[in-house]
Write a protein that binds this ligand. Structure first.
Ligand code: 6PG
Length: 254
């Protein structure tokens, strides 16, 4: 199941997203001394990251206990304008005292498959898991994020799971690298294996251009090959769709 919260605009979207983030930070650190989050790329989350970096918010967070990952990355160097790492670095990481060793970017400058394998190794190390899918001390070997932030494209993609790609249906590998024809570019992405192992997933969606598609995703038939965002259904976690009024315009209101 999932929850939908409709907010008035992108400002309120950022506020609500930051509140959810800080609430989960407190819970995770109190429980296990660490908060692991996967950040969304694209433009929608920018306002949230800027807000999170503002002193009245950032000063209340123990950044030494926060580990930052990404849901996907474009296969470009970290200083490239398309880099999702650069987005988070400029809006958030450069403005808070998070240790470098707590930041686990996808190394987009590597060959795509190498970047994917490198990221799997980073996930294994940070989560202390065996990527072979075995069980360690009876715990299923999958990285279970405290929070995964995601966006949704106009075509219903999320992370870099684009319509028609095999990675939408991945059941073993944690990370996939694939060529996205429509964008003429390589991408590296978490697969549903990791997305659906999360304790909390929050989608951030804004703008009239998403309205028709989000109605299909949330209220239409289940067809994730065409609407990859539908594949995100945390097995044992909470899913929240944060949607502004423009993007929610076509949703069934009752
Ligand atoms: C990316 C993102 C992607 C993004 C959607 C929505 O690397 O582009 O991971 O999944 O979240 O494309 O992007 P906007 O927020 O810019 O609409």
């Amino acid at each position: 199941m999932y929850k939908v919260k409709i907010v008035s605009d992108t400002k309120e979207l950022a506020e609500v997203a930051v509140k959810r983030f800080t609430t989960l930070v407190e819970k995770a650190i109190a429980k296990r001394g660490v908060f692991r989050v996967s950040m969304a790329g694209g433009s929608t989350p920018r306002g949230m990251y800027v807000r999170l970096a503002q002193p009245e918010i950032a000063e209340k967070i123990d950044w030494s206990k926060i580990q930052i990952f990404w849901g996907d990355e474009r296969c470009v160097p970290p200083d490239h304008g398309d880099s999702n790492y650069r987005l988070v670095k400029e809006t958030l990481l450069d403005n808070v005292p998070i240790p470098d060793e707590n930041v686990f970017r996808v190394r987009g400058e590597l060959a795509p498959e190498q970047a994917a394998n490198d990221y799997i190794t980073a996930l294994r190390g940070a989560f202390g898991l065996d990527p072979a899918g075995g069980h360690v001390n009876g715990i299923e070997s999958r990285p279970r994020f405290d929070l995964i932030l995601l966006g949704m494209g106009k075509d219903g993609h999320t992370a870099s799971l684009f319509p028609g790609l095999g990675a939408i249906h991945e059941t073993e590998r944690w990370v996939a690298a694939h060529f996205v024809d429509k964008l003429d570019t390589w991408r590296v992405t978490l697969t549903p294996v990791v997305l659906n192992a999360a304790a909390n997933v929050v989608f951030l969606v804004s703008g009239a251009s998403k309205a028709a598609r989000i109605a299909e995703v949330l209220e239409g038939p289940f067809r994730p090959h065409d609407l990859p965002a539908q594949i995100v259904r945390p097995t044992n976690g909470q899913l929240l769709w944060l949607i502004d009024e423009q993007a929610a315009a076509v949703l069934n209101k009752n």
